[in-house]
Design a protein around this ligand. Structure first.
Ligand code: SF4
Length: 503
């Protein structure tokens, strides 16, 4: 038998129509996706992307520097653990083995980005979160891209940086004190476009032009991507009302942004009611530092400014304080320093508003760490995250007052100084809950719930010993005595515009 005559069969992968639409594993998402996709697939792709973005946030919260090798490996490990095989292959610029699968995964990447773009355009806080995570994802993916694909990506997206020729390099070598070498390729970019590289002294500057090495081009791309994304989200946010006429689309978009790990602290149906007479004990045992600070301030000054009332009031709502009790609590403190009528006129409305009984009757959620950390802050105020707002001596004093050892104080202050506020809070939790497992704090109410889970038995015993209430609790339910006042109209939109609110 003559085998030489037998021809080897070659499988030729069919050319997938539209594959040229995604020539590279990465994209800048300049075009709106215009293709059909089943709703199930759309939901799956979006949920998967959201999980990836959450993973990036989790890894960053462990204190790793975005863009470091340690960070890249940690994100990679997490994605593998989550079994996101095809997404990870795309992110690591690895083919799935055939054109059709590669094409589909790029389509899912495209459409999931846009779904979340719309879903996260609604509020400033959401926009900021989405942009930060997407820029991190962009960086993560760039780290896997080989040099040839990076060049192709720049070319496909018409990003042409002027290259330094040999003569320019030779001239720069002489005057750059070793910052420019002949062996490297450099792009010549106006210094205003590479502010972070200039700040980090990573580039040589000459006559307003920065010599950016190939490895640092990602900084320029990230800055451009961030700015484009920010503009796109702002544009979408102004047009979200269009969705009001498309209820099906609205459900999809809202569902897409649902963070599967977020606990809904606005639903209190199954929450145990908290007795306001326990608040001092609870503050001491289970409040995060931000709420301890507000509680102590309220007890000592019998007043909190607007943002403090919002932050603490919604937290109390989230731990299970009813509206009636909240009114009793705030009234009992405020009326130690003001006329009861003034409280009814100027503050009771605010409390009822938080519980959705006034204004547009929205069920306001307790603020999460991200919102608290990014809240505007001025000296003399007590809201915000103390790991951010207190200076190191102030924070050390607060930690000392909460019983932390000198070593623990150093650890927490060190984290706060580096800007890892939630990590500092997590360390504070570990030191005040000896023997507890490490948890990452993302919400003050999560802190409270975790703490209660650990301390539940102890609280009951401690409260049993407390016979006398520290609160002078008036007998009449506040709702019956409260009057809405002229201030009511001004506060109708207080959830949107705080400009006229008593500070
Ligand atoms: S990290 Fe969050 S829970 Fe902790 S103090 Fe700051 S805002 Fe409060």
């Amino acid at each position: 038998m003559d085998f030489t005559l037998q021809k080897r069969r070659r499988t030729i992968a069919p050319k997938v129509e539209g594959l040229d639409r995604y020539p590279c594993e990465m994209q800048l998402y300049d075009d709106i996706p215009a293709f059909s996709i089943s709703i199930t697939e759309l939901e799956q792709a979006t949920a998967e992307r959201l999980r990836v973005l959450q993973t990036l946030e989790e890894v960053q919260n462990r204190g790793m520097k975005v863009g470091s090798e340690q960070w890249r490996l940690a994100v990679k490990d997490e994605l593998i653990k989550l079994n996101m095989r095809s997404a990870f292959k795309l992110y690591s610029a690895t083919s799935l083995g055939n054109e059709l699968d590669d094409f589909k995964v790029r389509q899912r990447d495209h459409v999931s980005h846009f779904m979340l773009r719309v879903s996260y355009a609604e509020t400033e806080e959401k926009r900021r979160w989405f942009i930060s995570r997407e820029v991190e994802l962009f960086r993560f993916r760039w780290m896997f891209l080989p040099e040839s694909k990076r060049m192709a990506f720049l070319e496909q997206n018409k990003i042409n940086f002027k290259r330094a020729d040999e003569e320019q390099k030779r001239a720069a070598v002489k005057i750059s004190n070793g910052r420019v070498t002949m062996g490297q390729e450099y792009s010549l970019i106006p210094f205003v476009c590479v502010a972070d590289l200039v700040r980090a002294r990573k580039v040589f500057l000459h006559k307003g032009v920065a010599y950016v090495a190939n490895d640092d081009i990602i900084s320029v791309l990230m800055a451009t991507y961030r700015s484009n994304l920010s503009q796109a989200l702002a544009y979408i946010s102004r047009r979200l009302h269009i969705l009001d006429n498309e209820p099906r689309l609205q459900i999809l978009v809202r569902g897409a942004g649902k963070n599967s790990r977020d606990v809904d602290y606005t639903n209190f149906v199954n929450k145990d009611k908290i007795d306001i007479r326990q608040l001092d004990t609870l503050a001491e045992m289970s409040y995060p530092l931000c709420m301890r600070q507000l509680h102590q301030r309220l007890r000592s000054a019998h007043h909190l400014k607007h943002f403090g009332r919002q932050q603490y009031g919604l937290f109390l709502k989230g731990i299970g304080v009813s509206l009636e009790d909240a009114l009793l609590f705030w009234r009992s403190e405020f009326t130690k320093g003001m006329d009861p009528d003034k409280f009814e006129r100027s503050y009771a409305y605010n409390v009822r508003h938080m519980y959705g009984r006034e204004g547009k009757r929205a069920n306001y959620a307790p603020q999460n760490c991200m919102k608290i950390i990014s809240a505007p802050f001025a000296p003399g105020q007590f809201h915000g995250c103390p790991f951010k707002t207190l200076d190191p001596p102030g924070l050390t004093k607060a930690l000392q007052g909460n019983g932390l050892s000198v070593l623990a104080q150093h650890e927490v202050v060190d984290l706060a100084k580096k800007g890892h506020f939630q990590l500092a809070c997590s360390a504070f939790f570990s030191h005040t809950h000896k023997g507890s497992e490490q948890i990452l704090i993302g919400h003050p109410n999560q802190y409270f719930d975790e703490s209660q889970r650990i301390f539940t038995g102890k609280i009951v015993k401690k409260e049993e010993r407390k016979t006398a209430s520290k609160l002078a609790v008036p007998a009449a339910p506040a709702d019956k005595t409260a009057k809405t006042t002229g201030k009511t109209a001004e506060w109708e939109d207080m959830d949107i515009d705080f400009a006229n609110v008593d500070m």
